[in-house]
Design a protein around this ligand. Sequence first.
Ligand code: IPM
Ligand code: MG
Length: 362
Amino acid sequence: MTLNIAILPGDGIGTEIVAEAMKVLQVLKQNFNFDIAWQYGLIGGVAYDADGCPYPAATQALVHGSDAVLLGAVGGPKWERLDKPLRPEAGLLAIRKDLDLFANYRPAKVHKQLLQASTLKPEVINGVDILVIRELVSGIYFGQPRGIEDLPDGQQRGFNTLEYTTSQIERIARKAFEAARVRDRRVCSIDKANVLEATEFWRSVVSDLHAREYTDVALSHMYVDNAAMQLIRAPKQFDVMLTTNLFGDILSDEASMLTGSIGMLPSASMGEKFAMYEPIHGSAPDISGQNKANPLATILSVAMMLRFSLAREDLALHVEAAVDQVLDDGLRTADLSHDADVAASCSAMGDAVCTALLGANA
Ligand code: IPM
Ligand code: MG
């Protein structure tokens, strides 16, 4: 049976990093008995330019008919002045919501070869293996009412709503407990229960579910400000970090720096029916078109896709081993390198991963 993948490169470096990930998929298809087909679609700013909408109907139809989605990145200065619903970011939020991708898995695992690339001391980060599980389709990102309005006194007011229902919390907490069961069996739920009612409620729903069904997993709770500090002070204390949409956005960027670069972090966004894979970084307009970006987060996202959506754990392990191999060989893109002059290009990095993969097959 042929697996069908939707490829949405998006904006900025999205095109470049996805091109390298596609080289990897091509190698797998040709050499590893892997029956896969793909089709490209538009999302973000490029979709707005072509169709006047950041998540066009054609893309929606494409992803609904696919076994998995691979996405690059969206956004850029060109589209910053558009009305909010037309901006590239709105396209990303729309596809997440449309596919109900409520569970966002963002693993921050330190590669030994990159201990020196981090801004933190090697002894602090050596052995870090954290899985951030971020709620992705509710919370303050989607809560109503929201807006910017005029006030009678001539001022304006900007406002958003943070809300979570029992079922929204339970379904993401379940994913965290289940993930912990095949890891170190520890979940730390991050909230701001001392100030925000919505997350006080989050804490109580997580605790109740834990007591009812997951007592084999150790559950702790932490305020988000403390968690931000602990991530830098002693990151090895964390196994699974469970958190809300906004806190997860922030903490996963922070966690990425433990690994040396945000260019290393893959992610999987999962719903009951659909799944989408994307690097956690953005479209990096400042380096776009220069063949400088690090494609490894996207290539590692392909590994997650192979594992979670395509039932090919064997190939996921191959891809991860190939990434390890190129890092062992000393290859570094600019984000990981202390010396920009000797840094590998995006395409050189992709080619090297492909060569390592083929080596594994020899
Ligand atoms: C991410 C990004 C997005 C988010 C932006 C681009 C809308 O920062 O995936 O982490 O805030 O979720
Ligand atoms: Mg983010």
